[in-house]
Design a protein around this ligand. Sequence first.
Ligand code: FES
Length: 407
Amino acid sequence: MAQSQYVQQQIQSMVARALKHAEAGTTDSTDEIYRLPVESYSPRSWEEEMDAIFRRLPLMLALSAEVREPGSYKAIKVLDVPVLIVRGEDLRVRAFINACTHRGRAITQTHDEVGHSKGFTCPYHAWRFGTAGQLLTVADPRKFGEIDRSLLGLKELHCEEHVGFIWVCITRGVSVDVKNYLGGMLNELGGLEADKWFVHGRSQLESANWKITHDGYLESYHIPFLHRQTLYEFWKRESATSVSLYDHYGPLPWGPHQRMGGNAWGNDPKLMLKMKDLAPEQWDDKYFHAVRTLFPHISISADRHGGLVSQMIPVAPDRCITNQIHVNPRDPSQDSPEQLQAMQERIALYAKIVRDEDYSTSFSIQEGLRSGANTELLFGRNEGGAQNFHRSVAHYVQEFRACRAGG
Ligand code: FES
C-alpha cells in the first residue's frame, strides 16, 4: 500500500527536523514559558468555555467507519444535547437532535450507542422516523388527532463528512465551514486514509476537567516519567531525551489544530539517528509517528495502518468522558482468532495505561488546583502543543465575549 506524495513529503521533512534535534540534543521550542492562571479551570470558566467553544465550533463526533452503511447510526450526548448521527439511504450522513418531536424522548434506547436500523421507532409511543429524519408514521393517528407530519421531522444539526471524519455543530442554526476551520489539517487527515478504517473496539474512561485531560495529549515531556513502566518500556527507549515536533493548522496563527511528531511517540533517539543511514525516500511511517489533535477535543494517535482515536467529551467542570476508538484498515470480520485476541489485549492495555497513569494524574491535578497551592500552571518551552491549545481556548473565549458584547 503506497503512501501518498503528501504523506511522503511530510515524513521526510519531519524526519529531517527530528534528526537535527536528535543530534543537537534539542527539541522544538517556544520563545517562553506560558503561564495559565488556575482560575481558568474554575466552574465559571468551564461554563464560558462550553458556550464559546463546544456550542459554537464544529466537533468531530463520529468516524465514517462508525456509520459505514446506509442505516448505520451513532448516538452520543455532548453537554445537554443528545445527538443522533445517521447515514441515510442516499449515503449522506446527517445529524439530528436525538429527541422525538412528540414529547422529546430519545428515539434510540440510550444516548450512547452505535447500531444499524432502517428507521427509528420512539420507545415511548412508537412514532417512527426515517434515516433522513422524516416522521414516517404516528401510532394510532386517528385517535391522536390531526398533525402535519412534514413539520415534525427530527431537528437537524449542521453536519459535514470529510476524509473519514464527521463534524457536527451541536447548536441548532450554527453552521461553520469545516474545511475552512481545518485549513491544512484536512491534508493531514487525508493522509490517514481514515475512510478505509474499521472500528475494532472501544473503551470509555472518566477523567477530571477537559483541559487537564487534553493537556496530557499535547506534550511528550511526561512519557519517560509517568509512563516509565509502560509506554517508555514498550518503545525500548534508551535515553530520556525526547524530540517533539509541533506543527499547527487552521484559521489561527497558532492552530487551533496540531500535529506532534517525534521519537517520543515511539522511536528511540538511537533508532532515529540510524535513519541517517537510509536515503530520505526510505524514511516512511514505520520509523516515525505523529499524533494529530483536532480542536477542541480529539487526539488521533493513528496513521494509515490504524491506531487510536480519543474523543474527549466534557460533562462537568471537574469531569470529562473519553471515548477511545481503536481503528484498523483490516476488516475485523476477516480476522483470525489470534488477531482478534491480540486486538482485545491492545484495547484493554491502552484503557489501563490511560486510566491508571494519565487519568489518575488528571484527578490528582484537579485536587491540586482545589488546594489553592498554585495561582498559575506552567507550560514549558518544550510544551508548545499545550501552549497553543490554551492560546486557542483563550482566543475563542475572547471572541465569544466580543460577540456577546456586540449583541
Ligand atoms: S415521545 Fe416519542 S412517540 Fe411519544
